[in-house]
Every structure is written in C-alpha cells, then in structure tokens.
Design a protein around this ligand. Structure first.
Ligand code: GCU
Length: 417
C-alpha cells in the first residue's frame, strides 16, 4: 500500500514537472536526452555565435547563479596584497618561491588567504601559470620547510590535530602537486588552501569570506562554498595581474574533485581564465546528473549542504528529469580550452558521465568555430582525446597523478604558449 502511494506520488510528480516544462528542447547524446544547451528558454534555437554570446550564455549564467551555485560578489574594493616571503633559490635553486597574504577587506584581522607560489628560474620572461586550490594547506603541497604552516580550520585527516595542521602535514599531498615537473615546463604554480576562503563544513557561513557579504546570505541564491572557492581563485588571478613575473593573460585554472567543481565554476564565471582543468570534479562539476550512476543531488545537498545554494535543494531526486545539466556549465567556458579528466575506479564521479558532460558542451564549441571534443564515444583508458575540449580516463582511483599532469601540461603547451 505504502509502496503504491510512493509510486503514485512519484509519477504524479513527473507528470506535473513535464506539464510545467512543456517546451524543453532535448539534445540527444548517446541515446540519452538532455536539455538542449543551444535552445533558449523561449524555445528559440541558437544558431549564431552572437546569439550564444548575447542571449543564451547570459541566460544560462543567470540560471546557474540563481539555482545552483549562488551569487558571488565582485572583486573587493579594499583588497590588499602583502608579499611576505621571496626566496630566489627555492627547490634546490630551480624556483623562486613567493608567499603572499591577500587581505580581502584590507584589514589584517579580517578574512584573508595565503598564496603559495613558485616561479621557474630557467625562464627569463613573463611566465604562464597554473592556479588551483589545495585540500590540506599550502604546507601539504611540498616538503619545502619554508612554506608557512596553515593556521586555518582543517578536516581531521593526515596529521591534523584539533582541526589544525601540524608539522606532520608537510608534503602529504606532494604527489598531487608535482611542482618540479610543472616548473620544468616553464609554468608558475600558485595555490591557496580552500579553508582560508571558506572552511569546508556547514557552519551557517559564520566563518570564511561570506561574513563580508551579509547581503548574500539568508536567501535561496546565497553565496555558498563552491562559489566562494571559485571566487577565491579569481582573487588569486587579481594578485597575479599585479605580479610582473607572470603573464596574467595565460593563467590556467585547475582543480581536483570538490575543488574541480570550483575550478569549473571559476572558468564559467571568470573569462580571464583562458584554460580550465577539471580533475575528477564529478557531481556539480563535469558529471551529468541525467546519466545513471555516481553521486546524486540528494547526497551533495545533504552530506555537503554548504556547497551549493539553498535553491539547489529543490532538485533533490530529480537528477534524471532536470531542466538543466552540467554540460551547460562546461559550455559557459566556450570557446576557451577545457580539459575534463576522469579515473576508471572513481565511480562516485562517474567517469563516463563526465565524458558525456564534456561532449554535451561540444555543440557550443562547434558553433563558436572550434573543434570541440573530437570523440563520438567514451574513449578507452589512457587514450586522451584532445580538442578545444579534451578528455581522458586513466586507470586507478580518485587522485591526481603524474599521468594526469603530463596531459594537462601538453594541453597547456598547446593553448597557453
Ligand atoms: C566526496 C564528494 C564528492 C567530492 C569528493 C572530493 O566524495 O562526494 O562530490 O568531489 O568528496 O572532494 O574528494
């Protein structure tokens, strides 16, 4: 009886959603139907680059800000930078290390983040750079003892005591940040601890940068955590624009997992990033919700209620009938190059659904005159497909490996050099 009633409610729900959205044009992808990235809300098909640029792209951006990621403020007017460390002989002389504190409201006791940056010493002109947030504090990305120890709130993992990093956390994530490999290719690296921008727990936005923007709280499209991290990535770029050693027009944005979700959103919202790299960003990143398998909206919204804005919660259990999906977010990056990478064993991110998310953005890249993603089916492992949209799936689990970085650097060489 109970089962019947649940099934009845479910079908009634679908019926009313279908009734409310009679005109959602579909985009066919591998036998799956997705809401069409190139049909306007008013049903008009987008056929020119100008229509995309002036109408469809703004419409989608407005939608995702309102319904999923929330609103973000602009560049803070009083923000200041303080370079507190410069060492021209870092990493055995191969690099120059700089550390910079960003005071978001210009006040030393206000919210702030520390940028850790390495520049390749062998390059004598302005260098391109890769920016990305890190999971466990700047001191976790390398054993370099001069990296400032994070004092921000941290999850209880790997050498963290009372939610604070200890010396035992130095270099714990070095495997995911092969600095010497990146520097050898002539790129600078700039990274910030995610928790400097917003601590990764549901604290009602009491901590983190949200405190500076009370007008963006207590509303359905509130400034939530993934958007705050993306906003923080833009603030790193603000600093790089002031650093004469860097060519700020050639800064790629990188992110892994939840920080990959942030990198994708940073790429979508900040067109100053000419290249985007999503390493296993999964649900809320590159993964299609319509595709069965992997993390669903209910889990995102209940396990991590702070990541997306309040309005997003109304889409729980509607994954396969959503009026939108992540191919539209990736399309907001077009025509800028974007690399989506998966790992075979990363079922939570659902590698195949990440591939189709990338492929779903392809019509926009093609409309804008690029080659899009030159693959018609999910490629085998260790077989990168490289176009203006690139994709690979490698063997192994949820991680960032040298193999991943080798592909990203080749991709960056193609588009940033
Ligand atoms: C969890 C979460 C994912 C996220 C991942 C990570 O597994 O479900 O959405 O990407 O954490 O950030 O490592």
């Amino acid at each position: 009886m109970g089962l019947h009633r649940t099934a009845y409610r479910f079908f009634l729900g679908i019926f009313f959603i279908a009734l409310a959205n009679p005109s959602i044009a579909q985009q066919k992808l591998n036998g799956m139907e997705l809401p069409d990235v190139l049909t306007m809300n008013n049903g008009i098909k987008v056929t020119t680059a100008r229509q995309w640029r002036n109408q469809r792209r703004p419409e989608l951006l407005t939608f995702f800000k309102k319904e999923m990621y929330g609103q973000s403020p602009g560049k803070p007017v009083n923000m200041t930078f303080k370079v507190f460390d410069t060492d021209t002989k870092a990493l055995g002389g191969k690099a120059t290390r700089k550390q910079i504190t960003v005071y978001f409201n210009g006040k030393a006791d206000g919210p702030q983040m520390d940028i850790l940056m390495y520049l390749p010493n062998q390059v004598k002109h302005k260098v391109p750079a890769i920016v990305g947030l890190n999971f466990d504090g700047n001191q976790s990305v390398n054993n370099d003892p001069a990296i400032k120890m994070s004092n921000s709130w941290m999850d209880k993992t790997k050498g963290v005591v009372n939610n604070r990093a200890t010396e035992a956390t130095r270099g714990v994530d070095a495997g995911q940040w092969p600095l010497e490999m990146i520097l050898a290719k002539g790129y600078a690296v700039a990274t910030v601890y995610r928790g400097d921008i917003d601590p990764d727990y549901d604290d009602g936005f009491k901590n983190g940068v949200q405190g500076l923007y009370p007008q963006l709280q207590n509303r359905g499209d509130n400034f939530a955590t993934v958007a705050a991290w993306a906003w923080g990535l833009s603030r790193i770029l603000d600093y790089l624009e002031t650093d004469k050693a860097v060519d700020a027009k050639r800064v790629g944005v990188f992110g892994f997992s939840r920080l990959g979700k942030a990198a994708v959103w940073a790429g979508a919202t900040d067109e100053r990033f000419p290249l985007v790299i999503s390493n296993e960003s999964g649900a809320g990143g590159a993964k299609l919700f319509h595709y069965t398998g992997g993390e669903r909206i209910r889990r995102l919204c209940t396990k991590f209620p702070h990541w997306f804005c309040g309005n997003f919660k109304k889409y729980m259990d509607q994954d396969s009938i959503l009026p939108f999906d992540q191919h539209m977010v990736i399309a907001l990056i077009a025509p800028r190059p974007v690399y989506i990478a998966s790992a075979e064993g990363d079922t939570n991110s659902n590698p195949e659904a990440e591939f189709w998310g990338a492929k779903g953005a392809d019509p926009v890249y093609r409309l804008l005159g690029t080659d899009g993603l030159p693959a018609s089916s999910w490629p085998p492992v260790s077989t990168p497909v490289i176009g203006r949209i690139a994709y690979h799936v490698r063997p192994g689990g949820h991680n960032v490996t040298d193999y991943d970085w080798a592909q990203y650097l080749k991709f960056a060489d193609r588009y940033l050099k």
